[in-house]
Design a protein around this ligand. Structure first.
Ligand code: ATP
Ligand code: MG
Length: 676
């Protein structure tokens, strides 16, 4: 039987309450996620609800994985069989997969990423509006995303457009959506919008899903957007099987359409809603918690929340002023090396958090210098790079000519002047003939649909790829891949699309690295007397790509690097937050847009990740666009309780002294090492 004895009385009340919809509203580290995991065990063990009737959703894959592990440790692997613990997007994906016919997609539909979608929007804008200015494309893409998050269809967007600009966006949205449909593809926002609209318009489908999901639990509720909220409401209906947990002070995704007011709406939409508040924080020491409370007090509050901790006061919060961004990174890296030995803990106990992904480079370099293993969470992986995705697109087509998603990726990369209408017609033709897009290019029958010029371009592409594929299978596969790269003049393409010759060169190096890896795989297999075809090699690479996406390295002892956004819901004994400067944190855009309150919530999220120590750093000078500029420290540092903070370097310390301090750290490190 599930053991709830470790929960405090309020938590226990929340875990056991199944009579009606429930909201747990509480600050960071108060055990909201713990309530969800225990409650799932309680629903299975004590209420006899079968795991396949329970679904728990959260926002990131990492959080979903951790949640699932926690539940399995409570009910055992077998006991959790059939349980859904996933992100909102994964739940949506499953719904579309199982409701293909009603949702109007064909089996094997593709999920296009940001870049792919941007390419489509750029093409549409170029064709229909004669311009494809980069900033404009990005703005249109964001607006379309917001429209989808607000569940506004292209028709509605056109009807409600009030200015020429809104009309342009609405029309682009409409064509874009048509193209996705023709490609049998969805974007990320569709993963939520499509199932929600499906439920709204098809009561029999909704009923089927209501019968399947009898109890729904939602973590990080403050970050749901309109379409996610509608999905929740529809799935639950008039029943009582809903538990949501959240903290309005941790709402950090308003810029992506999240509506923290959904917390207030719950009370209206579910009149019998019960609200439980938790007040004890089990994560952080008293000083850290007090600092978090003080900072967030500067924001207006919808809900009153108290939070206390009996973990002792702990160490004061440290603020380190560093001379430059380079010294800042060096300081953090050397401290981690030293403190790991001093505290006798692992590298995994340290997290370095920052506002933007670009800030990771400096700390990565220094950690590498000190030979400290680290894990970059959410940054761009090798397989996420555009040039690698392009080449992988070609390779995927070589081994599987029916991979339409790969076809779409490469058909216009490099540009072949094959317009969206041509592709749309090709796609319609292929689906009518029940064949792949690549195979369709060389079939007779397209003549009636396409202009001779377009047809010729498509056919040339089809025949050329057929030829390369034959060479790859009958001759030396590596030579065939090299021939491919040279035929399409990929190097020229990179030169044209990169921001500098240096960048083009780095990207080309990545391409050769990939070719080299394939070559090595094949040679290694041959040495072992195995056969390794190009199919095997590419298949292995694809698998590695997927593994990388699943972040399998979680178990290793590595310093965790991530953005403040990505750290939500997680906890670490020792936390560094770097770049505590005006315009960086809070971010310049939010100062300009007057949305500093959201940045303050982000600060609150960052501070409350720390269990034992918290160190905030900033650089007096920072290099930007090749220039070194003076900075001002973040306003959030002034909002911390002055008595609980050790502010090093506020009074000017000479660069020599800073270096000296670094040296001292290193020599105390040597002393420590001497003891081993
Ligand atoms: P966040 O707002 O950051 O998502 P949360 O409210 O979800 O935080 P949890 O992650 O569930 O909080 O819990 C924070 C920490 O407190 C965890 O390490 C958890 O194991 C611990 N914890 C939760 N409840 C208790 C309890 N009753 N007794 C002891 N430890 C607890
Ligand atoms: Mg949580």
């Amino acid at each position: 039987m599930v053991d709830l004895s470790q929960l405090n009385p309020r938590q226990k009340e929340a875990a056991k309450y199944v009579e009606g919809p429930l909201l747990v509203l509480a600050g960071a580290g108060s055990g909201k996620t713990s309530v969800i995991t225990r409650k799932i065990a309680y629903l299975i063990d004590a209420c006899g609800i079968k795991p396949h009737h329970i679904a728990a959703v959260t926002f990131t894959n990492k959080a979903a994985r951790e949640m699932k592990e926690r539940v399995m440790s409570l009910v055992g692997k077998g006991g959790a069989k059939g349980l859904t613990v996933s992100t909102f997007h994964n739940l949506g994906l499953n719904i579309i997969r199982q409701e293909l016919e009603t949702s109007g997609y064909r089996a094997g539909f593709s999920i296009l990423d940001q870049d792919d979608c941007k390419g489509i929007i750029r093409d549409v804008m170029q064709r229909d509006h004669g311009g494809d200015d980069g900033d404009m494309v990005e703005m249109v893409q964001n607006t379309i995303s917001n429209l989808k998050n607000d569940l506004i269809t292209p028709e509605q967007a056109i009807n409600q457009a009030q200015s020429p600009q809104e009309m342009l966006i609405a029309r682009t949205y409409s064509v874009y959506q048509r193209m996705l449909k023709a490609y049998n593809a969805v974007d990320f926002d569709d993963l939520i919008m499509v199932p929600t609209l499906l439920f709204m318009n098809h009561s029999e489908v909704l009923m089927r899903w209501q019968r399947k999901i009898r109890y729904l639990l939602v973590d990080e509720y403050q970050d749901t957007n309109t379409s996610q909220y509608e999905l929740v409401k529809l799935l639950v209906g008039h029943r009582s099987g809903l538990t949501v947990v959240g903290d309005d002070d941790q709402s950090i995704y308003a810029w992506r359409g999240a509506r923290p007011e959904n917390l207030v709406l719950l009370k209206q939409d579910f009149p019998s809603l019960k609200v439980v508040k938790l007040e004890q924080n089990y994560r952080s020491t008293g000083l850290i918690l007090n600092a978090a409370n003080k900072v967030i007090d500067n924001n207006p509050h919808e809900f009153e929340k108290k939070l206390w901790s009996d973990m002792g006061y702990g160490d004061p919060i440290r603020i380190l002023k560093c001379k430059s961004d380079e010294i800042e990174a060096e300081r953090i890296a050397s401290e981690i090396v030293e403190r790991r030995l001093r505290y006798g803990c692992g590298y995994r106990d340290f997290a370095v958090l920052y506002r933007g992904n670009h800030q990771s480079r400096a700390i990565e370099m220094k950690l590498q210098t000190f030979q400290v293993p680290y894990k970059l969470n959410g940054g761009q992986s090798f397989f996420g790079r555009n040039e690698i995705k392009d080449l992988m697109g070609y390779l995927r087509l070589l081994i599987n000519p029916s991979d339409d998603a790969a076809f779409l990726r490469v058909i216009n990369t490099p540009r072949r002047e094959i317009g969206p209408t041509t592709i749309e017609k090709l796609s319609e033709y292929a689906s009518m003939r029940d064949t792949s897009m690549l195979a369709a290019t060389t079939e007779m029958g397209l003549e009636q649909l396409l202009s001779p010029k377009s047809l010729d371009r498509l056919r040339r592409f089809g025949h050329w790829l057929e030829n390369i594929t034959r060479n790859a299978y009958t001759g030396d596969p590596i030579a065939a891949i090299k021939e491919l790269i040279s035929d399409i003049d990929y190097e020229g393409h990179l030169t044209q699309t990169s921001s500098s010759p240096g960048q083009a060169e780095r990207r080309m190096k990545n391409v050769w690295f990939l070719v080299d890896s394939i070559q090595k795989m094949i040679t290694k297999a041959e040495e072992l007397g195995d056969e390794c075809t190009i199919e095997d090699a590419v298949g292995k690479l694809l698998l590695r790509d997927m593994l990388e996406q699943q972040e399998q390295e979680d178990e290793l002892d590595q310093v965790q690097l991530m953005t403040l956004h990505a750290s939500k819901g997680l906890e670490f004994p020792h936390v560094y937050i770097m770049g505590m400067e005006e315009e960086l944190m809070p971010h310049r855009n939010s100062i300009e847009a007057d949305t500093v309150e959201e940045e303050r919530r982000l600060m609150y999220v960052g501070i409350t990740r720390a269990k034992r120590t918290l160190t905030l750093t900033y650089a007096a000078k920072r290099r930007q666009y090749g220039e070194s500029t003076d900075t001002t420290h973040s306003r959030f540092l002034d909002e911390l309780p002055p008595d609980d903070v050790e502010w090093e370097g506020k009074t000017e310390i000479s660069p020599e002294a800073q270096r000296q301090r670094g040296q001292e750290t290193l020599s105390s490190l040597k002393n420590l090492l001497g003891d081993f």
